[in-house]
Write a protein that binds this ligand. Sequence first.
Ligand SMILES: [Zn+2]
Length: 427
Amino acid sequence: MTERLYYADSFLTDFDAVVTDIQELSRSSGQSLWRVALDRSAFYPTSGGQPYDTGNLIATARSGAELTADVIGVEEDQQGEVWHHTAKPLAAGTQVRGVVDAARRLDHMQQHSGQHLLSAAFIQICGARTVSFHLGDIASTIDVTADRLTDATLDAVEELANRIIAEDRPVTVSVVPRAHAETLLAAGELRKLPPREGDLRIVEIADFDRNACGGTHVRSAGQIGGLYLRGLEKVHQGQRVEFVCGLRAMRAARRDFRRLTQAAGQLSVGLEELPQAIQRIQADAKQAAKHTLRLTNELAQYHAAELVAQTPVQAGQRWVRLQLTAASQTDTAYAKLLASKVTAQAEKTIALIGWQPTAADDPATIVLARSRDLTIDCGTLLRETVSTHGGRGGGSKDMAQGSVPAEKLETVLQTLTDACQKSVSAE
Ligand SMILES: [Zn+2]
């Protein structure tokens, strides 16, 4: 079983070890991926929400030549053995020097220790318990049992956590028998106890939080470097709170500030006025949309009147045929609106409107409508015609809409005209 060096010293990133086992994990295009076990290791395997460490295993040949195998993943198995993933094989018995990526480890320790702090702060401020933790590449999250969290609660939690950081309280680790840990839990002096048997590792932030945990932690709260709450989302089991610690907090705050500054600049207002400025724009946009709707309706009314005036009744029918295009700033909704206006304004009238899209891949639209004094079934006629040309559509007896491949629009309009004329003359 691997001796886990990080249990005793989370800041140890350089160590000597001997390879005890090697197994091939996978092979693709002639390249193998191996997993290597060591007698002792400072590499942290993914567990408890904290991701694995990366780094190198360096072996020295008798000739003095060095072989460096990059550690690209670390996992633990059911038996508790730690496995280091590498693309280069290292035979059992090989002496190696292990070097852990210290910056990545420190970042993980800051986020993970910050999580202990944050979970304790949530309990203290509002009694919300942490039910899960995820340490992500950009931000971390905890899920807490709370129906809702107000800004005031979040402010208080964030402030408390940062006060403990500023006080630089010691973070210590002790190993206690399970029975003792259970006594602590019963007395409310331990936040959480995993179901694991045997001795337990208790991590304590002085006079603030005590928790059973096998992860890597900073030595004192000050090393967390600051905690910034960034997001809140309702989830099944409560609220998901996004947070960042240390350098991540600074970078996130800087990014957020840049984005806000950019947005405020685009609206030519100060940062403070940004929410009101957005509210104003939303209100204006709503007003403009209403206005456009009214104008479009009026336009369609005049347009329809003009079309009716230009198209006389011949042999008992008025045929308003028209092709609109996306290029003329119309859309399918306008085509439908126009067809309904035309057939509402005039008697013995059939409106057949085609609409051609700008992009060749988009389908063309066809609208067929008739005045109430005719009896042809627009829905059936349109559906039958477009479906034989690879399109689809349908509607009611007096108004129908469908789509066909753009290159077939002309053909379909002609076929539909013929079908309608046949149907009308049969009335
Ligand atoms: Zn921990």
